[in-house]
Write a protein that binds this ligand. Structure first.
Ligand SMILES: Cc1cc2nc3c(=O)[nH]c(=O)nc-3n(C[C@H](O)[C@H](O)[C@H](O)COP(=O)(O)OP(=O)(O)OC[C@H]3O[C@@H](n4cnc5c(N)ncnc54)[C@H](O)[C@@H]3O)c2cc1C
Length: 387
């Protein structure tokens, strides 16, 4: 069984929600969002998108960690952990999940929370779509209105120096500041390669001072950074992920950001076949790293970097060369990779050991919980935990 967040554009990278010979549950009409400002909670139906949740919560000056691209579905994203701009102040989306209305394989409707079903609630915080259809998700929310964020693009020739600067500059940054670095193409269609930093600060009163080192470094081609409502931050990169694009992503946590890894990234970026593809370093620090690896189903709690290769192209004729480049690049950087893999980014062709690497030390406990709610593995067209 597969579940789609909405009919037009399921956003699972590996296309997990589309199936042949199975049943596809389309939640596209289940998009209602209720915000309770007094309790600081938000309940979103299983087919809602992050753009919709962000906007509804912002009306009340509230927010919770959501996808860096606003078209991402609340459902799959949250069940897979959910990393985003607010993870250093609030933790992952899954860390803020306090309740799920879940339809299980036998048709039961469970009101799942820490008191009613502690084992299942633990598993839903990062165990993927293995346990049932989530009719709704309830999140603990946090006060947030304006943030400061945006993009700084340097010439690709500066990539080596910029990535070394980035590594050192984020080493002791406060929770309120999160910076991702990327080797990407300019979004104007010119195909120009750039080395960029995407900056985000949750406290406008401190942002000027704490962003200054990033803004003042080098000679950027473009600096597009300023105050904005939080939901806008989550739309800044949307254009890079258009409907209809073909995707093949690989990612892994790294063992650091050594000079050797930086050099290999730059070397591989020289041969990237698609002007839509790139490499992104996602910095984990702050609140997300202060949660015990076994406290939820998401074990990835070390300070450091997740390196994502989000390959994208439009023409099916280009599929083979793009997949080959992505796999070859992943192989080239493999000596710099740590054991952990981010579940939400796993491809469809990843072997069982990738799923184990994504669940890490929580795999065995997930295997104990799975048969209590889905003994026949009805929900198996996902990053499957075989009971
Ligand atoms: C452009 C883009 C940007 C992304 N950015 C991020 C990011 O910033 N951080 C991050 O962590 N991940 C990110 N991802 C990865 C994304 O979180 C996963 O691909 C996720 O599976 C998408 O969930 P969805 O609900 O949108 O997808 P869908 O394709 O609708 O669903 C994927 C699978 O999730 C499960 N699922 C979805 N909804 C439910 C539900 N209501 N009940 C039960 N199971 C359900 C099902 O197994 C389903 O097959 C991004 C992906 C894309 C394509």
């Amino acid at each position: 069984m597969a579940i789609a967040e909405h009919g037009m554009m399921p956003t699972n990278v590996a296309g997990r929600c589309v199936t042949e010979g199975g049943l596809m549950v389309d939640l596209s009409d289940m998009r209602a969002i209720e915000v309770d400002p007094d309790a600081s909670t938000t309940r979103a139906q299983g087919g809602a998108l992050w753009s919709e949740l962000n906007e509804a919560a912002a009306v009340h000056g509230l927010a919770v960690t959501g996808g860096a691209i606003s078209s991402t579905g609340v459902g799959g994203y949250t069940l897979g952990g959910g990393l985003g701009w607010l993870m250093a102040t609030q933790g992952l989306a899954a860390d803020n999940l306090i309740g799920v209305e879940l339809v299980t394989a036998d048709g039961s409707v469970l009101d799942v929370n820490d008191e009613s079903h502690p084992d299942l609630m633990w598993a839903l915080r990062g165990g993927g779509g293995n346990f049932g259809v989530a009719a709704s998700f309830t999140f603990r929310m946090h006060p947030l209105t304006m943030v400061v964020g945006g993009l700084i693009a340097h010439p690709v020739d500066a990539a080596r120096d910029m990535l070394r600067f980035y590594r050192d500059a984020v080493a002791d940054c406060p929770d309120e500041l999160t910076v991702f670095a990327a080797l990407v193409h300019a979004p104007d269609g010119s195909g120009l390669k750039v080395a960029g930093m995407i900056v985000f600060h949750t406290d406008p009163s401190r942002a000027d001072a704490e962003l200054a080192p990033f803004l003042e470094w080098g000679s950027p081609l473009v600096t597009h950074v300023g105050p904005m409502p939080y939901p806008v931050m989550n739309t800044l990169l949307d254009e890079g992920y258009p409907k209809g694009a073909l995707n093949y992503w690989l990612s892994s946590f790294t063992t650091g950001l050594s000079d050797a890894l930086i050099d290999t990234m730059i070397q591989r970026f020289e041969t990237v076949p698609s002007p839509m593809s790139g490499m992104v370093l996602e910095h984990f620090h702050g609140a997300v790293t202060r949660i015990e690896p076994t406290a939820t189903a998401v074990p990835h709690r070390d300070t450091g970097f997740n390196l994502l290769l989000p390959s994208e192209w439009m023409d099916p004729a280009d599929t083979e060369k793009n997949i080959t480049w992505t796999k070859d690049t992943y192989a080239a950087i493999s000596e710099h990779l740590a054991a952990g893999r981010w579940l939400n980014y796993l491809g469809d062709d990843q072997a069982d050991d990738a799923i184990r690497a994504a669940y890490g030390p929580n795999f065995d406990r997930l295997r104990e919980v799975k048969p209590r709610y889905d003994p026949d593995n009805v929900f198996h067209l996902n990053h499957n935990i075989v009971p």
